[in-house]
Design a protein around this ligand. Structure first.
Ligand code: BGC
Length: 459
């Protein structure tokens, strides 16, 4: 399937295609304890020596908590039709459950009003990794009560915002939450346990189901789940490598979608986790498998997988000679985005899909005199990936929107401020925002509903 934009191709997207950009609360807001908010596990984690690169924290980040109005004005200037953001749970319920902090609700309510006043559709993610610390003290995602906690928190927001927010997401990337937070420990809460990881995953899916159920009781619009998918390709055609690919695929890609959409786990998981795979009560799938209005897919890269006794519990794939890698070490491989969208349709049927994140960190040059940031590699990445989405739509997949990751350079979790994913450059000293060339280019793509993808690049 061709993924190269060329002047002869008509790359216009379906009418009403939702073009946007995405962020997450902890990565941009700053002021995590302002106006009565409680601490989250990320505030704790980043303040623990040695957990993040250079000891970077989200205390200031992009100061979006104070600059949200200007940031919405910037989105408007760029012509975004949608903005995907997340809510910080502990601003809403400082103790995780119970008492509501109205000032926290008001912050998001104002943001949503401002988006709507600027004709930008809000896509709200309930949970993008910043669990209230008070709930972590009770065991966090290892405690089965988390399903009730999450439904309670969701209900607070549904009641406050459902008239205005029409697209809701329960969890962002459950795989990263458990692989990073409970298995490898690189992300908060920093646990390293093969035994905890599948329990946390299962409880996350129970919480997802409970939040969808609560939404059906309160909300009138759409709710879905966001997963990160990484197609797994075999390093060779040996039977061992093929089997490793199946396990890696089950571990990363099917571990969440299978229970949410099919009501079961893929059989390979028991093999992946060995004696750590827990006994699952089949009744739990009644909660987990709820009808969804859409699924959001975050795509960054593929992985070339080789048989390895410890795989996938040890991260890593095989580097490809001649390939381009981003600054996070991820291979640029746009064709796999088309492949995974086709796989989704074949496996789970015709559900509306959104690309809820896609983008790349590259070393950008400093802002030049006159305020220009040349980022040709990012333009090339986005152009090829958006074209790959178009290929999937042409092949019959119902993709309804695309959100670039990220609107702003921001806090890349434990990698701190060292990686820049934004289409807008942020000077962390002055908080000055400067749209990079990729932002201007993306504006043109949005304004032409994709047609400009085929235009010659500005370099
Ligand atoms: C996450 C973002 C993150 C991005 C780049 C995704 O896994 O949802 O929060 O910044 O990837 O690593």
């Amino acid at each position: 399937m061709p993924t190269d934009a060329s002047p002869t191709r008509d790359l216009r997207f379906p009418e009403g295609f939702l073009w946007g950009a995405a962020t997450a609360a902890h990565q941009i807001e700053g002021s995590p304890m302002a106006d009565g908010a409680g601490p989250s596990i990320w505030t704790r984690f980043a303040h623990t020596p040695g957990m993040t690169l250079n000891g970077d924290t989200g205390d200031i980040a992009c100061d979006h908590y104070n600059r949200w109005k200007d940031d919405v004005a910037l989105m408007r200037e760029l012509g975004l039709k949608a903005y995907r953001f997340s809510v910080s749970w502990s601003r809403i319920h400082p103790e995780g459950i119970g008492r509501v902090n109205q000032a926290g609700v008001d912050f998001y309510s104002r943001l949503v009003d401002e988006l709507l006043a600027n004709d930008i559709e809000p896509l709200l993610t309930l949970f993008h990794w910043d669990l209230p610390a008070a709930l972590d003290d009770k065991g966090g995602w290892l405690n089965r009560d988390c399903a009730d906690w999450f439904a309670e928190y969701g209900t607070t927001l549904y009641r406050a915002l459902d008239g205005r927010v029409k697209k809701w997401v329960t969890l962002n990337e459950p795989w990263v939450i458990t692989d990073g937070g409970y298995l490898h420990g690189a992300l908060a809460p920093g646990h390293r346990s093969r035994y905890e990881a599948p329990i946390a995953s299962h409880n996350l899916m129970r919480a997802h189901g409970a939040a969808v159920q609560a939404y059906r009781a309160e909300g009138k619009h759409e709710i879905g789940l966001v997963v990160n998918i990484e197609p797994k390709h075999a390093a060779s055609d040996s039977a061992e490598d093929e089997a490793a690919v199946k396990r890696a695929h089950a571990y990363m890609n099917e571990q969440y979608l299978h229970p949410a959409l099919l009501g079961r786990y893929p059989p390979e998981l028991a093999e992946v986790f060995g004696d750590a795979w827990p006994e699952i009560d089949p009744v739990d799938f009644d909660l987990i498998r709820q009808p969804l209005d859409f699924v959001g897919i975050n795509y960054y890269t593929r992985s070339v997988t080789r048989a390895d006794a410890s795989y996938p519990l040890r991260a890593g794939g095989v580097r490809q000679p001649g390939a381009t890698y981003t600054e996070t070490g991820w291979e640029v491989f746009p064709m796999a985005l088309t492949e995974l969208l086709l796989w989704f349709k074949d496996t789970y049927g015709d559900l509306p899909l959104y690309i809820t994140e896609n983008g790349a960190a590259f070393f950008d040059p400093p802002v030049a005199e006159g305020g220009r940031v040349r980022d040709p590699l990012r333009i090339d990445y986005l152009r090829k990936h958006i074209t790959a989405v178009h290929d999937a739509i042409t092949a019959g997949v119902d993709v309804r929107g695309y959100m670039a990751w990220s609107l702003l350079d921001n806090l890349e979790w434990s990698l701190g401020y060292s990686k820049r994913f934004g289409i807008v450059h942020v000077d962390y000293g002055t908080q000055q925002r400067t749209p990079k060339d990729s932002a201007h280019w993306y504006s043109g793509v949005i304004a032409s509903n994709g047609r400009a993808l085929a235009d010659p690049l500005p370099y």
